[in-house]
Design a protein around this ligand. Sequence first.
Ligand code: AMP
Ligand code: MG
Length: 487
Amino acid sequence: MLPFEHQFATLPEPLWAACQPTPVSHPTLIAFNERLAETLGMKEKPDDATLTQWFSGNQLPPGAEPRALGYAGHQFGNFVPQLGDGRALLLGEVVDQRGVRRDVQLKGSGRTPFSRGGDGRSPLGPVLREYLVSEFMAAVGVPTTRALAAVATGERVVRQLPEPGAVFTRVASSHIRVGTFQFAAVRRVEQALKALADHVIARHYPEAASAEDPYLALLEAVAARQATLVAKWMSLGFIHGVMNTDNCSIAGETIDYGPCAFMEQFDPQKVFSSIDQGRRYAFDNQPTIAQWNLARFAETLLPLMREDGDAVVEQATDIIRRFEPLFDAEQRRLHADKLGLTADSDQAVPLMKGLESHMHQGRMDMTATFDALTHYAETLSEQHKEALLALTTEPRELAAWLATWQVEQAASQNSERLATMRRANPVIIPRNHRVQEVIDAAYEGDFAPFHTLLAVVTQPYDESEEARRLAAPATENEQVLRTFCGT
Ligand code: AMP
Ligand code: MG
């Protein structure tokens, strides 16, 4: 049983619409995240048949009141005034064991008033991808929405070809996006906008309430969370793929794992998404886009701010500008962690720049490089040095870098720093070809590879043989070059 509450529903109605899920014919439970359910206060796990009914949308869990939320958004830079939950329903909120209010949402549960031309459904592939990647992100400490359940519907959804359908149950600190604010702002209902902003302050940023201008303080707090988030993504080679304003969470979590992917060979301009023709959401463009999204957020808040006219625009612009130093500071800290240096080391940035250039030139796999560097830092053995140098096509250049790094690293080495370095450098990431392999098997009815990969990516520092096997970079033929939104 989940103790549902419905605070979002106290906001004015254009922000949401009541809507029931559409039942499916033959639901079967693929996965249920018991540990997450426990943190949400589920004391006794219901039997699988009940879980299947609840998380397919065939029968609502007690206390659930499904609602589709409205939002707008800039998609690839173009404003769309009405998007909204076209295939998702908020069941309600649950206050978790730490006292944090969290949304529980079905995704793929049928049409809603916001469906536009869509069928309201999700194919199985993107559901499995989101499950794996979001649970990995949680395991390495990246703020993210979580996976509570996945249920196969037994029905087909038609995309390019017919595919099996599934319903995903997502848990988020909230599903409020920059696009939610744009939705309220574009309708020019100031009362709805203010209610939304006050809800967000009370829920996510209570300290902003006592600021001189709470809405400026809100902007500043959201900017800080986005800076931290994007810096963390990049420290793992993560490319979100669709950083539209409707996929930019106000709580600062990673949300909407569509065409996302982890970079393997290091390339700062890497793009995976098949729909990102303009390279808008390339790896190294992500901070600029986060800042652009924050500017769109700021625009929605202007009418609420205390001062009028130029003064307030100036103040808001200042906060948006400060995103850059915030991001840089966060990135510098993460660089230091990944390289095993002290947080205040002035060598973190130049050393990382150097290593990035070696990874790029030497066609090195990013995750394998940092894993090998961590092993070398831990042992300083010739064997681990060789293992690292074997990853590049230009070992002599890398050896020279390694000597410089070693001088800086040795000065600060201790067991705590090594532990921090290991935490910053997971052994395994959900590699694109592995995720694809799991999806292919599932389409043949075999979910065992999904469960194996899930177990391994949620223990991302584990060095078991199975982990090592699944951690290996893709060979030339296995490489995934393009990802698809899968909607
Ligand atoms: P996404 O690409 O998942 O971020 O979705 C972008 C917008 O398209 C959101 O408003 C979604 O609700 C909507 N959407 C995506 N897929 C579907 C679908 N199968 N049926 C209805 N709406 C959808
Ligand atoms: Mg979205």
